[in-house]
Design a protein around this ligand. Structure first.
Ligand code: FE
Length: 354
């Protein structure tokens, strides 16, 4: 008798666990989720995610961190990572995540037709690992009293002896600069780019420090004559009503460099599906949603950037004022720019660009 009961128990337990598993399974089928790791934190993004959930029923769980934090976390989590989609800014960081094997290649005819081939990763037979969803330009700002526009309207001239003691930049190793210098390597070749970088170091007004906004302020105050910044930092100052910001804009000029040659360096903010994504279908759906007109507007405008989908137009007065309508942007593939970063870092070390 006792023996029989003992034998029956495991059977009962397994029935209970089956029932439990079934109910968990049903809950999962009902609740569609997407786990998003994002380096973006703009107010308009809330509407972007909200609209995606409304139209698809897919709930978004979001982890916010900076770009380096996200890449470190993905690496540490490995195959146990819950991440489905990663949002990062700058091609250098997207390229780094890609080279570390953190992204899953996907095939989407929608994304391949909507997003220019120059603004995404180089495809392999398995698909494409990352896509740009907005663009920013890296432009020159100069002090109107100290510098003439025609002396700083190309990247090459920033290294010219005529600009000695005038240049300020953030660290050469920052992704924004790694990408710009990676683009220069595509345009000029390695030998000329290294000589150019050496010229930049010679022309420094002070050792590299701070972020892009700090360079804008130092140029406005006259501590520096000329600097480099991403366009959205300028747009933020242009849209501000604070008197000190108005003063900054009065003191500086903005140049979109290389309009007579290969065009201004343009970078992307973009997205990738995580290598170990559990909700791949939802992840691809979200990526495709980012290419819709509605999402493109939120995504680009949230940080004063330009949409990548050609048919989508934003009306952002600061961007309009800054670029004077249209500007010529470089047409080299951003994937080539991203893959030059190791080479660029070696050049920076050789010329002593901190
Ligand atoms: Fe930034």
């Amino acid at each position: 008798m006792f023996k029989l009961t003992f034998q029956k128990r495991p059977f009962l337990i397994s029935l209970t666990s089956l029932a439990l598993l079934a109910s968990v399974g049903a809950a999962c089928a009902q609740e569609q989720v997407l786990n998003l790791y994002s380096a973006r934190h703009y107010q308009t993004d809330e509407a972007l995610y909200g609209n995606f959930t409304k139209s698809t029923g897919i709930k978004i769980n979001r982890v916010d961190a900076d770009d380096a934090g996200i890449l470190a976390r993905l690496k540490a989590e490995g195959s146990a990572s819950p991440a489905d989609v990663i949002l990062l800014v700058d091609a250098a960081r997207l390229g780094k995540g890609d080279s570390e094997g953190l992204f899953k290649p996907i095939k989407s005819t929608l994304l391949e037709s909507a997003i220019p081939s120059t603004l995404r990763a180089k495809p392999s037979s398995e698909g494409t690992t990352w896509f740009g969803f907005s663009t920013r330009a890296r432009v020159v700002v100069y002090n109107k009293l100290k510098v003439k526009k025609e002396d700083v309207d190309t990247y090459e001239e920033l290294a010219d002896p005529k600009n000695k003691g005038l240049l300020c930049t953030r660290s050469g190793s920052h992704p924004y600069n790694l990408s710009l210098f990676g683009a220069m390597t595509e345009h000029l070749g390695e030998v000329r780019t290294e000589a150019w970088l050496k010229g930049l170091v010679t022309n420094m007004a002070r050792p590299p420090k701070g972020g892009d906004t700090d360079q804008i302020k130092a140029v406005a105050s006259g501590e520096c004559g000329v600097g480099l910044t991403n366009t959205y930092y300028l747009a933020r100052i242009m849209r501000s009503s604070a008197p000190e910001d108005k003063q900054i804009m009065d003191s500086i000029g903005v140049v979109f460099p290389n309009q007579q040659s290969w065009g201004t360096h343009v970078n992307v903010a973009g997205a990738a599906v995580a290598r170990n994504a559990k909700n791949v279908t939802n992840a691809v759906k979200f990526m495709e949603y980012l290419a819709s007109a509605e999402a493109q507007n939120y995504f680009a405008n949230g940080n004063n950037e330009w949409p990548v989908v050609a048919s989508v137009k934003v009306s952002n007065p600061a961007l309009q004022a800054m670029a004077g309508g249209n500007f010529r942007s470089e047409t080299i593939p951003i994937s080539a720019v991203a893959s030059n970063q190791t080479k660029v870092q070696q050049m920076l070390d050789r010329v002593g660009y901190k």
